[in-house]
Design a protein around this ligand. Sequence first.
Ligand code: HEC
Length: 102
Amino acid sequence: MKRIDVAVFTVAVALVVVLALPLSAHAQDGAALYKSKCAMCHGPDGAKAAGHDLSGAAVQKLSDADLAAVITNGKPPKMPPYKSLKPEEVTGLVAYIRTLKK
Ligand code: HEC
């Protein structure tokens, strides 16, 4: 009985780690990219660009696809396009923006 409990526990922990890793990896890549490419305008917490607070409801209500489109295509006149980012980098940035939510 004890041995089965340990086995079940081990499998459960392994599953959680396997499922959670890709998510946190995205958010981490996103964090590094955000710091190097976005924070100078949007601020470390996303709230620096007046009226375009990335942590605020107006931005957080946008879909992941909308956020990805803004990052890739920019938003004239002041938000520059980032067309050279790989799709997984854009996904990472979107994941990071989600972590900024107030
Ligand atoms: C040169 C300054 C600058 C940089 C660098 C920059 N942004 Fe922006 N960003 C802006 C401005 C200004 C706006 C508002 C655009 C507008 O509507 O006029 C904006 C808008 C946005 C929006 C939409 C917000 C809204 O209210 O519609 C998102 C999402 C966003 N930026 C994400 C990013 C990400 C992610 C990066 C890094 C890859 C980044 N930005 C880099 C200046 C910048």
